[in-house]
Design a protein around this ligand. Structure first.
Ligand code: SF4
Ligand code: SF4
Length: 342
């Protein structure tokens, strides 16, 4: 598909055209951090010079709390009321390549269970992604160590790169071409292509090289001393999991009010002690040693074994947010020293 270019002076009109047809969700600054929220125009957006958004796209596909159904009880019968469907198609504008790649992993997880998660897949189907190349990787980013999706994006419809006074736009799907058709784009010329290549080259220079985690993770040591070290430091706060674009665990709860009520699900994490607590009182992951190991094994070893892909897209949010400076890159380094030595 042919690459195009839009001048920044024409961006507002393109966003207005998108807003007329879709709900547009884009990065905005909220309480001093960048998060994705519905917007009504370019003036609300924080895409110029954006570093990593604090939160991923996760909440737009699996909300932190979501009603599964309401119910009413009458004598011995129960009426189940399903939640209303979200009718409008959406465009997520300015998505990072790591967050888009995370969706492919979550798709694999939700495709692997019965019954199918209709709420998740309905949102996926109704959402188009306009990605934005990350030309200012944060100190904690390591996406290029776990994949090549920064330069070969996945799960996007359009990929934009900021060329200063204009955006370079690569349509990646027929829907992407349609979205581009709503703006004042012109075909990219050789200068635009060279500028795009140069920006990519500079960003890649600042990022780590591809590592072979896919093979190394298969021999990670269950009894490695690193788990004891992590257990001593970790606070079980859950920040790493709640900011992670590939984490997807939830709990299911009831909210009864006399003869009616709701059943809802809410985010949960394997970093919390009660996540695996059984009704018998037994807890197979009783200490932080088991819980921190679970997170790393799940992201790397189990995901590779189950879905032939890593469960980490190197967004670095868990590194930046951890209050005790636990850095998953260093954990992998420790594990792989012995994995290679075996
Ligand atoms: S494990 Fe950390 S670096 Fe990897 S995707 Fe999750 S938050 Fe990002
Ligand atoms: S953010 Fe750090 S302290 Fe909190 S649960 Fe994760 S690893 Fe532990």
């Amino acid at each position: 598909m042919e690459a195009k270019v839009i001048l920044k002076q024409d961006l507002a009109a393109w966003i207005d055209a998108l807003v007329k047809q879709y709900e547009v969700i884009a990065p905005v600054t909220e309480d001093g951090v960048v998060v994705f929220r519905p917007v009504s125009g370019l003036s609300e957006m924080a895409i110029e010079g954006m570093v990593g958004p604090a939160k991923s796209l996760r909440e737009h596909f699996t909300p932190p709390t979501e009603t599964l159904f309401d119910y009413k009880l009458e004598d011995l019968s129960a009426e189940v009321i399903p939640p209303e469907n979200e009718e409008r198609h959406r465009v997520i504008f300015g998505a990072r390549a790591c967050d888009a790649a995370a969706l492919l992993y979550v798709d694999a997880v939700y495709s692997n269970v019965e019954p199918i998660d209709t709420a998740y897949f309905m949102r996926r189907e109704k959402t188009y992604l306009v990605g934005l190349f990350c030309d200012k990787p944060a100190w904690s980013c390591f996406c290029t160590e776990v994949g090549d999706f920064l330069t070969n994006p996945v799960a996007m419809d359009v990929y934009l790169t900021d060329l200063g006074n204009r955006y370079y736009a690569e349509p990646l799907t027929p829907k992407g071409e349609e979205l581009i058709g709503l703006g004042n784009f012109r075909p990219a010329d050789e200068n635009d292509k060279a500028a795009n290549e140069e920006i990519r080259r500079k960003a890649l220079e600042r990022l780590p090289k591809r590592a072979e985690h896919e093979t190394a993770c298969l021999s990670y040591d269950w009894d490695h001393p690193v788990w004891i070290e992590l257990a001593k430091k970790c606070l079980s706060c859950g920040a790493c999991a709640f900011l992670c674009p590939t984490c997807h665990c939830f709990d299911i709860q009831e909210h009864p009010k006399l003869k009616k009520g709701s059943r809802y699900r809410c985010w949960d994490t394997c970093q919390f002690e009660k996540f695996t607590l059984m009704a018998s009182g037994h807890n197979p992951r009783e200490t932080r040693k088991e819980r921190t190991r679970q997170r790393v094994f799940h992201k790397f070893k189990y995901s590779q074994e189950r879905y032939c892909m890593l469960g980490c897209v190197g967004c670095g949010r868990c590194i930046a947010a951890c209050p005790v400076n636990i850095d998953i890159r260093k954990v992998l380094e420790e594990l792989e020293k012995t994995a290679v030595a075996k």
